[in-house]
Ligand binder design. Sequence first.
Ligand code: MRU
Length: 371
Amino acid sequence: MKVDGRSYRTIWLKPGHEHVVQVINQLKLPHSFEVTDLSSVHDVCAAIRGMLVRGAGLIGACAAYGMYLAALEAPDADFSTFLLQAGETLKATRPTASNLAWAVDRMLLEVTGAQSPTHARMLAKEAAMAIANEDVAHCERIGSHGLGLISQIAQRKPDQVVNILTHCNAGWLAFVDIGSATAPIYAAHAAGIPVHVWVDETRPRNQGAALTAWELGQQGIPHTLIADNAGGHLMQHGLVDMVLTGADRVSRNGDAANKIGTYLKALAAHDNHIPMVVALPSSTFDFALRNGVANTPIEERDADEVRFVTGQNAHGTLETVRICPPATTARNWGFDVTPARLITHLICERGICAASEAGILALFPEHAGNG
Ligand code: MRU
Protein backbone atom coordinates (compact mmCIF):
# COMPACT_ATOMS: atom_id res chain seq x y z
CA MET A 1 0.00 0.00 0.00
CA LYS A 2 1.03 3.61 -0.31
CA VAL A 3 2.89 5.68 2.29
CA ASP A 4 3.15 9.29 1.18
CA GLY A 5 2.49 8.05 -2.34
CA ARG A 6 5.22 5.36 -2.34
CA SER A 7 4.34 1.62 -2.38
CA TYR A 8 5.46 -0.51 0.56
CA ARG A 9 4.92 -3.96 1.94
CA THR A 10 5.31 -4.42 5.70
CA ILE A 11 8.24 -6.86 5.38
CA TRP A 12 10.92 -7.54 2.76
CA LEU A 13 14.55 -8.63 2.33
CA LYS A 14 16.98 -5.71 2.37
CA PRO A 15 18.05 -5.06 -1.23
CA GLY A 16 21.68 -6.12 -1.70
CA HIS A 17 21.81 -7.58 1.87
CA GLU A 18 19.51 -10.56 1.70
CA HIS A 19 20.59 -11.86 5.11
CA VAL A 20 18.73 -8.91 6.63
CA VAL A 21 14.93 -8.57 6.91
CA GLN A 22 13.38 -5.11 6.94
CA VAL A 23 10.05 -4.24 8.53
CA ILE A 24 7.97 -1.14 9.15
CA ASN A 25 8.41 -0.32 12.85
CA GLN A 26 4.81 -0.21 14.09
CA LEU A 27 5.85 1.04 17.53
CA LYS A 28 6.69 4.38 15.88
CA LEU A 29 3.38 4.87 14.06
CA PRO A 30 1.52 7.12 13.60
CA HIS A 31 4.10 9.67 14.73
CA SER A 32 6.95 8.63 12.46
CA PHE A 33 7.50 6.14 9.64
CA GLU A 34 10.63 4.10 10.28
CA VAL A 35 12.06 0.93 8.80
CA THR A 36 13.93 -1.45 11.14
CA ASP A 37 16.52 -4.10 10.24
CA LEU A 38 16.15 -7.59 11.72
CA SER A 39 19.42 -9.50 11.36
CA SER A 40 18.89 -12.66 13.41
CA VAL A 41 16.15 -14.96 14.59
CA HIS A 42 16.69 -13.38 18.00
CA ASP A 43 15.85 -9.95 16.50
CA VAL A 44 12.72 -11.42 14.91
CA CYS A 45 11.54 -12.95 18.21
CA ALA A 46 12.09 -9.63 20.00
CA ALA A 47 10.22 -7.74 17.25
CA ILE A 48 7.20 -10.06 17.46
CA ARG A 49 7.16 -10.20 21.28
CA GLY A 50 7.56 -6.42 21.60
CA MET A 51 4.96 -5.78 18.85
CA LEU A 52 7.31 -3.85 16.60
CA VAL A 53 5.51 -6.08 14.10
CA ARG A 54 2.04 -7.35 14.94
CA GLY A 55 -1.16 -8.62 13.35
CA ALA A 56 -1.83 -12.26 12.54
CA GLY A 57 -0.67 -12.36 8.92
CA LEU A 58 2.43 -10.27 9.49
CA ILE A 59 3.65 -12.21 12.51
CA GLY A 60 3.25 -15.35 10.39
CA ALA A 61 5.31 -13.89 7.54
CA CYS A 62 7.83 -12.47 10.01
CA ALA A 63 8.20 -15.88 11.68
CA ALA A 64 8.81 -17.39 8.23
CA TYR A 65 11.61 -14.89 7.58
CA GLY A 66 12.84 -15.59 11.12
CA MET A 67 13.19 -19.26 10.21
CA TYR A 68 15.15 -18.23 7.11
CA LEU A 69 17.52 -16.17 9.31
CA ALA A 70 17.77 -19.15 11.69
CA ALA A 71 18.77 -21.33 8.73
CA LEU A 72 21.52 -18.82 7.87
CA GLU A 73 22.73 -18.86 11.49
CA ALA A 74 22.50 -22.62 12.05
CA PRO A 75 25.85 -24.43 12.19
CA ASP A 76 26.10 -27.15 9.51
CA ALA A 77 26.91 -29.79 12.14
CA ASP A 78 23.79 -29.06 14.17
CA PHE A 79 21.49 -27.68 11.51
CA SER A 80 18.20 -29.48 12.22
CA THR A 81 18.36 -29.13 16.01
CA PHE A 82 19.12 -25.42 15.71
CA LEU A 83 16.19 -24.91 13.34
CA LEU A 84 13.75 -26.87 15.51
CA GLN A 85 14.77 -24.87 18.59
CA ALA A 86 14.43 -21.59 16.68
CA GLY A 87 10.92 -22.68 15.66
CA GLU A 88 9.93 -23.39 19.26
CA THR A 89 11.31 -20.02 20.41
CA LEU A 90 9.40 -18.21 17.65
CA LYS A 91 6.17 -20.05 18.47
CA ALA A 92 6.47 -18.99 22.12
CA THR A 93 6.65 -15.26 21.33
CA ARG A 94 2.87 -14.75 21.06
CA PRO A 95 0.26 -17.45 21.67
CA THR A 96 -3.05 -16.44 20.09
CA ALA A 97 -2.62 -15.95 16.32
CA SER A 98 -2.57 -19.30 14.47
CA ASN A 99 -0.49 -17.86 11.65
CA LEU A 100 2.70 -17.88 13.69
CA ALA A 101 2.83 -21.63 14.41
CA TRP A 102 1.42 -22.33 10.95
CA ALA A 103 4.31 -20.45 9.31
CA VAL A 104 6.98 -22.08 11.48
CA ASP A 105 5.62 -25.59 10.77
CA ARG A 106 5.40 -24.87 7.06
CA MET A 107 9.00 -23.61 7.00
CA LEU A 108 10.19 -26.78 8.76
CA LEU A 109 8.29 -28.88 6.25
CA GLU A 110 9.68 -26.96 3.27
CA VAL A 111 13.29 -27.68 4.28
CA THR A 112 12.79 -31.36 5.08
CA GLY A 113 14.34 -33.33 2.30
CA ALA A 114 17.02 -30.72 1.58
CA GLN A 115 20.23 -32.38 0.44
CA SER A 116 22.51 -30.18 2.56
CA PRO A 117 22.35 -27.17 4.92
CA THR A 118 23.24 -24.94 1.95
CA HIS A 119 20.32 -26.37 -0.01
CA ALA A 120 18.04 -25.96 3.05
CA ARG A 121 19.02 -22.28 3.35
CA MET A 122 18.05 -21.71 -0.27
CA LEU A 123 14.73 -23.52 0.22
CA ALA A 124 14.07 -21.52 3.41
CA LYS A 125 14.54 -18.23 1.59
CA GLU A 126 12.21 -19.29 -1.22
CA ALA A 127 9.60 -20.56 1.25
CA ALA A 128 9.62 -17.35 3.33
CA MET A 129 9.14 -15.28 0.19
CA ALA A 130 6.36 -17.61 -0.99
CA ILE A 131 4.53 -17.28 2.35
CA ALA A 132 4.73 -13.47 2.10
CA ASN A 133 3.52 -13.49 -1.51
CA GLU A 134 0.65 -15.85 -0.71
CA ASP A 135 -0.41 -13.59 2.16
CA VAL A 136 -0.75 -10.75 -0.34
CA ALA A 137 -2.61 -12.88 -2.88
CA HIS A 138 -5.01 -14.18 -0.22
CA CYS A 139 -5.79 -10.66 1.01
CA GLU A 140 -6.45 -9.59 -2.59
CA ARG A 141 -8.98 -12.39 -2.99
CA ILE A 142 -10.60 -11.57 0.36
CA GLY A 143 -11.03 -8.07 -1.05
CA SER A 144 -12.77 -9.30 -4.21
CA HIS A 145 -15.14 -11.59 -2.28
CA GLY A 146 -15.89 -8.98 0.37
CA LEU A 147 -16.58 -6.34 -2.26
CA GLY A 148 -19.72 -8.33 -3.15
CA LEU A 149 -21.08 -7.91 0.40
CA ILE A 150 -20.43 -4.17 0.43
CA SER A 151 -21.96 -3.79 -3.06
CA GLN A 152 -25.16 -5.47 -1.86
CA ILE A 153 -25.48 -2.94 0.97
CA ALA A 154 -24.69 -0.06 -1.42
CA GLN A 155 -27.46 -1.23 -3.78
CA ARG A 156 -29.97 -1.15 -0.92
CA LYS A 157 -29.12 2.50 -0.11
CA PRO A 158 -28.31 4.19 -3.42
CA ASP A 159 -26.32 7.43 -3.26
CA GLN A 160 -25.64 6.95 0.43
CA VAL A 161 -22.42 6.15 2.21
CA VAL A 162 -21.86 2.57 3.43
CA ASN A 163 -20.73 2.77 7.07
CA ILE A 164 -18.43 0.01 8.25
CA LEU A 165 -17.24 -0.38 11.83
CA THR A 166 -13.90 -2.07 12.45
CA HIS A 167 -11.97 -2.99 15.57
CA CYS A 168 -8.20 -3.03 16.03
CA ASN A 169 -6.05 -3.18 12.92
CA ALA A 170 -6.67 -5.95 10.43
CA GLY A 171 -5.29 -3.70 7.71
CA TRP A 172 -2.21 -3.95 5.51
CA LEU A 173 -0.04 -3.28 8.57
CA ALA A 174 -1.34 -6.54 10.08
CA PHE A 175 -0.42 -8.47 6.92
CA VAL A 176 2.22 -8.20 4.23
CA ASP A 177 -0.04 -5.95 2.17
CA ILE A 178 -3.72 -4.94 1.71
CA GLY A 179 -5.04 -6.49 4.93
CA SER A 180 -7.97 -8.80 5.65
CA ALA A 181 -10.77 -6.61 7.03
CA THR A 182 -9.56 -3.61 5.05
CA ALA A 183 -9.30 -5.49 1.74
CA PRO A 184 -13.05 -5.28 0.92
CA ILE A 185 -13.03 -1.62 1.99
CA TYR A 186 -10.12 -0.79 -0.33
CA ALA A 187 -11.83 -2.76 -3.13
CA ALA A 188 -15.13 -0.91 -2.60
CA HIS A 189 -13.37 2.46 -2.55
CA ALA A 190 -11.55 1.57 -5.77
CA ALA A 191 -14.89 0.50 -7.32
CA GLY A 192 -16.37 3.92 -6.57
CA ILE A 193 -18.66 2.83 -3.71
CA PRO A 194 -18.77 5.58 -1.08
CA VAL A 195 -17.51 3.99 2.14
CA HIS A 196 -16.85 5.43 5.56
CA VAL A 197 -15.14 3.54 8.37
CA TRP A 198 -15.83 3.90 12.10
CA VAL A 199 -12.45 3.12 13.67
CA ASP A 200 -12.56 1.78 17.25
CA GLU A 201 -9.60 3.21 19.17
CA THR A 202 -8.88 -0.32 20.52
CA ARG A 203 -7.59 0.14 24.03
CA PRO A 204 -5.19 -0.58 25.55
CA ARG A 205 -2.62 -0.45 22.74
CA ASN A 206 -4.78 1.69 20.48
CA GLN A 207 -4.10 -0.14 17.22
CA GLY A 208 -7.25 1.47 15.79
CA ALA A 209 -6.21 5.02 16.65
CA ALA A 210 -2.52 4.61 15.87
CA LEU A 211 -2.53 2.18 12.94
CA THR A 212 -5.95 1.82 11.26
CA ALA A 213 -6.60 5.57 11.28
CA TRP A 214 -3.10 6.15 9.89
CA GLU A 215 -3.35 3.58 7.10
CA LEU A 216 -6.88 4.57 6.05
CA GLY A 217 -5.71 8.18 5.95
CA GLN A 218 -2.76 7.25 3.75
CA GLN A 219 -5.12 5.52 1.30
CA GLY A 220 -7.67 8.36 1.32
CA ILE A 221 -10.51 6.34 2.87
CA PRO A 222 -13.00 8.49 4.81
CA HIS A 223 -12.96 7.41 8.46
CA THR A 224 -13.77 8.61 11.96
CA LEU A 225 -12.06 7.53 15.16
CA ILE A 226 -14.47 6.56 17.95
CA ALA A 227 -14.09 5.54 21.58
CA ASP A 228 -14.26 1.78 21.97
CA ASN A 229 -17.61 1.96 23.73
CA ALA A 230 -19.37 4.07 21.08
CA GLY A 231 -20.19 1.28 18.62
CA GLY A 232 -23.40 0.06 20.26
CA HIS A 233 -24.84 3.57 20.30
CA LEU A 234 -24.01 4.06 16.61
CA MET A 235 -25.62 0.73 15.74
CA GLN A 236 -28.84 1.59 17.59
CA HIS A 237 -29.10 4.78 15.52
CA GLY A 238 -28.63 3.22 12.09
CA LEU A 239 -25.11 4.53 11.63
CA VAL A 240 -23.43 1.16 11.04
CA ASP A 241 -24.20 -1.04 8.01
CA MET A 242 -21.66 -3.76 8.73
CA VAL A 243 -19.13 -4.71 11.39
CA LEU A 244 -16.02 -6.01 9.63
CA THR A 245 -13.07 -7.32 11.62
CA GLY A 246 -10.10 -9.59 11.16
CA ALA A 247 -9.27 -12.64 13.25
CA ASP A 248 -6.24 -14.13 14.95
CA ARG A 249 -7.50 -17.71 15.21
CA VAL A 250 -10.74 -19.24 13.91
CA SER A 251 -11.70 -22.67 15.17
CA ARG A 252 -13.17 -25.48 13.12
CA ASN A 253 -16.68 -24.57 14.33
CA GLY A 254 -16.29 -20.89 13.32
CA ASP A 255 -15.55 -19.20 16.67
CA ALA A 256 -13.28 -16.23 15.96
CA ALA A 257 -10.57 -14.93 18.29
CA ASN A 258 -9.79 -11.30 17.65
CA LYS A 259 -8.61 -8.24 19.58
CA ILE A 260 -10.22 -7.82 23.00
CA GLY A 261 -13.57 -6.06 22.63
CA THR A 262 -14.61 -7.70 19.37
CA TYR A 263 -17.12 -9.94 21.18
CA LEU A 264 -18.94 -6.90 22.56
CA LYS A 265 -19.23 -5.45 19.03
CA ALA A 266 -20.64 -8.76 17.81
CA LEU A 267 -23.25 -8.79 20.59
CA ALA A 268 -24.30 -5.24 19.75
CA ALA A 269 -24.40 -6.07 16.02
CA HIS A 270 -26.58 -9.13 16.71
CA ASP A 271 -29.00 -7.10 18.85
CA ASN A 272 -29.31 -4.53 16.06
CA HIS A 273 -29.57 -7.00 13.14
CA ILE A 274 -26.33 -5.73 11.59
CA PRO A 275 -24.05 -8.19 9.74
CA MET A 276 -20.98 -9.19 11.73
CA VAL A 277 -18.37 -10.22 9.15
CA VAL A 278 -14.93 -11.69 9.88
CA ALA A 279 -12.21 -11.70 7.20
CA LEU A 280 -9.28 -14.09 7.37
CA PRO A 281 -6.82 -15.98 5.20
CA SER A 282 -6.73 -19.78 5.58
CA SER A 283 -3.53 -19.56 7.65
CA THR A 284 -5.66 -18.16 10.49
CA PHE A 285 -7.86 -21.28 10.74
CA ASP A 286 -7.04 -23.75 13.47
CA PHE A 287 -8.69 -26.81 11.97
CA ALA A 288 -7.74 -28.91 15.01
CA LEU A 289 -9.56 -26.60 17.43
CA ARG A 290 -13.18 -27.67 17.86
CA ASN A 291 -14.36 -25.11 20.41
CA GLY A 292 -12.71 -21.72 20.07
CA VAL A 293 -14.57 -20.07 22.96
CA ALA A 294 -13.39 -22.71 25.44
CA ASN A 295 -9.93 -23.50 24.17
CA THR A 296 -8.31 -20.61 22.30
CA PRO A 297 -5.04 -19.64 24.01
CA ILE A 298 -5.56 -16.02 25.05
CA GLU A 299 -2.48 -13.86 25.49
CA GLU A 300 -2.34 -11.86 28.71
CA ARG A 301 0.02 -8.92 28.39
CA ASP A 302 1.70 -6.53 30.80
CA ALA A 303 -0.81 -4.72 33.03
CA ASP A 304 1.10 -1.49 32.48
CA GLU A 305 -0.37 -1.35 28.96
CA VAL A 306 -3.70 -0.63 30.72
CA ARG A 307 -2.30 1.63 33.44
CA PHE A 308 -0.31 3.89 31.13
CA VAL A 309 -0.89 5.55 27.76
CA THR A 310 1.68 6.92 25.36
CA GLY A 311 1.13 9.73 22.91
CA GLN A 312 2.62 12.86 21.44
CA ASN A 313 2.52 16.03 23.55
CA ALA A 314 2.01 19.56 22.26
CA HIS A 315 5.77 19.87 21.61
CA GLY A 316 5.79 16.79 19.39
CA THR A 317 7.60 14.63 21.97
CA LEU A 318 6.35 11.17 22.88
CA GLU A 319 5.24 10.89 26.49
CA THR A 320 3.93 8.04 28.60
CA VAL A 321 1.52 8.94 31.38
CA ARG A 322 -0.25 6.92 34.09
CA ILE A 323 -4.07 7.11 33.95
CA CYS A 324 -4.93 5.48 37.29
CA PRO A 325 -3.81 5.80 40.90
CA PRO A 326 -0.24 4.54 41.41
CA ALA A 327 -1.28 1.47 43.42
CA THR A 328 -4.10 0.34 41.12
CA THR A 329 -3.66 -3.18 39.79
CA ALA A 330 -4.83 -4.08 36.28
CA ARG A 331 -5.26 -7.13 34.03
CA ASN A 332 -4.70 -7.10 30.29
CA TRP A 333 -6.18 -9.84 28.11
CA GLY A 334 -5.22 -9.25 24.48
CA PHE A 335 -8.03 -11.15 22.74
CA ASP A 336 -11.55 -12.46 23.13
CA VAL A 337 -13.51 -15.01 21.16
CA THR A 338 -16.72 -14.26 19.30
CA PRO A 339 -18.90 -17.37 19.16
CA ALA A 340 -19.79 -18.56 15.66
CA ARG A 341 -23.52 -17.98 16.29
CA LEU A 342 -22.86 -14.20 16.34
CA ILE A 343 -20.95 -14.17 13.04
CA THR A 344 -22.93 -13.62 9.83
CA HIS A 345 -20.16 -14.49 7.35
CA LEU A 346 -16.52 -15.49 7.16
CA ILE A 347 -14.62 -14.14 4.15
CA CYS A 348 -11.56 -16.18 3.13
CA GLU A 349 -9.47 -16.34 -0.02
CA ARG A 350 -11.65 -19.15 -1.34
CA GLY A 351 -14.93 -17.30 -0.85
CA ILE A 352 -17.61 -16.45 1.69
CA CYS A 353 -19.00 -19.05 4.06
CA ALA A 354 -21.11 -19.50 7.17
CA ALA A 355 -19.24 -19.53 10.47
CA SER A 356 -19.84 -23.23 11.02
CA GLU A 357 -17.92 -26.46 10.54
CA ALA A 358 -20.06 -27.30 7.50
CA GLY A 359 -19.55 -23.85 5.99
CA ILE A 360 -15.81 -23.84 6.55
CA LEU A 361 -15.26 -27.40 5.31
CA ALA A 362 -17.28 -26.68 2.17
CA LEU A 363 -14.50 -24.22 1.26
CA PHE A 364 -11.65 -26.32 2.70
CA PRO A 365 -12.70 -29.94 2.06
CA GLU A 366 -9.10 -31.16 2.39
CA HIS A 367 -9.41 -30.60 6.17
CA ALA A 368 -12.55 -32.71 6.54
CA GLY A 369 -10.59 -35.57 8.06
CA ASN A 370 -8.29 -33.49 10.26
CA GLY A 371 -10.59 -32.68 13.12
O1 MRU B 1 -2.19 -7.75 19.22
P1 MRU B 1 -2.17 -7.53 17.73
O2 MRU B 1 -2.13 -6.10 17.32
O3 MRU B 1 -1.14 -8.39 17.04
O4 MRU B 1 -3.59 -8.08 17.37
C1 MRU B 1 -3.93 -8.50 16.12
C2 MRU B 1 -4.93 -7.60 15.57
O5 MRU B 1 -4.59 -6.56 15.07
C3 MRU B 1 -6.32 -7.92 15.59
O6 MRU B 1 -6.77 -8.80 16.50
C4 MRU B 1 -6.78 -8.08 14.17
O7 MRU B 1 -8.07 -7.70 14.08
C5 MRU B 1 -6.54 -9.44 13.61
S1 MRU B 1 -4.98 -9.58 12.95
C6 MRU B 1 -5.33 -9.67 11.29
